[in-house]
Design a binder for this molecule. Structure first.
Ligand code: DX5
Ligand code: ZN
Length: 233
């Protein structure tokens, strides 16, 4: 198993904005190639969207895919679980090689317990909110959260347009993190591209998830990462 970034040393973003390519936009028949193309691209982590056809109307990767990707890359694997009742699967995903696990507020009636469990599995814990969920929903878990994910699209599919109105929630979450004095990262996911990357960062995002902008870039995924970085320079 390749693991050159021990979980304990995968520190929150405070020095630079991080790009997290989403494999949802990669060729599913060539995931190993996709991971390899990103290895030295400047991407800081791989974002892996897990969907169950219930929480969102689509299916994607499962535990075996995570296990296979773990063998292919030393980049941290950040799982975004778009599934109902994730608690039953946390240990399985952690043992498959996840470095971080993000669950949805809307799927977790006992979110505090779920995040605590993720941390107990030696993974970074993330909490996500959909576009229709108020930012304040995360206020009382930020102190046990390594990452707050503000969805900038309705989850389930790549290639959608960023919903402008979600950016005020990014600002709201960022301000609350500052107010509480915690080290939680703010991540945005959905419709992030060169044209709006700066607005996401200005709103308070530390981590930009990007699927289409990276994997559909005409010059390949590494160029897609570079283009996003250039848009922020
Ligand atoms: C969608 C996923 C996103 C998706 C983003 O539910 O959570 O991570 O891959 O893809 P783009 O960047 O194409 O919007
Ligand atoms: Zn995602």
């Amino acid at each position: 198993m390749i693991r050159t970034v021990p979980r304990s040393t995968w520190t929150p973003c405070r020095d630079a904005i991080r790009i997290a390519p989403s494999l949802l936009a990669a060729d599913f028949g060539r995931l190993a190639d996709a991971a390899a193309a990103l290895q030295d691209s400047g991407a800081e982590r791989l974002h892996i969207d897990v969907m169950d056809g219930v929480f969102v109307p689509n299916f994607t990767f499962g535990v075996d895919t995570v296990r296979a990707l773990r063998r292919e890359t030393s980049l941290p694997l950040e799982l975004h679980l778009m599934i109902v009742a994730p608690d039953a699967h946390l240990r399985t995903f952690a043992e498959a090689g996840a470095d971080g696990i993000t669950v949805h507020y809307e799927a977790c009636p006992h979110l505090h317990r779920t995040l605590t469990t993720i941390r107990s599995l030696d993974c970074r814990a993330g909490a996500a909110i959909n576009p229709s969920t108020p930012a304040a929903s995360l206020d009382d878990v930020l102190e046990i959260c390594d990452l707050a994910l503000v969805m900038t699209i309705d989850p389930g599919f790549g290639g959608q347009r960023l919903i402008e109105r979600t950016l005020h929630k990014v600002r709201r979450v960022r301000d609350e993190i500052t107010r509480q004095g915690v080290a939680t990262e703010v991540e945005v996911d959905g419709g992030v591209e060169e044209e709006n990357a700066r607005a996401c960062v200005d709103a308070g995002a530390d981590v930009l998830v990007a699927g289409t902008a990276v994997f559909h870039h005409a010059a390949g995924p590494a160029a897609g990462v570079a283009a996003l970085e250039a848009a922020l320079a």
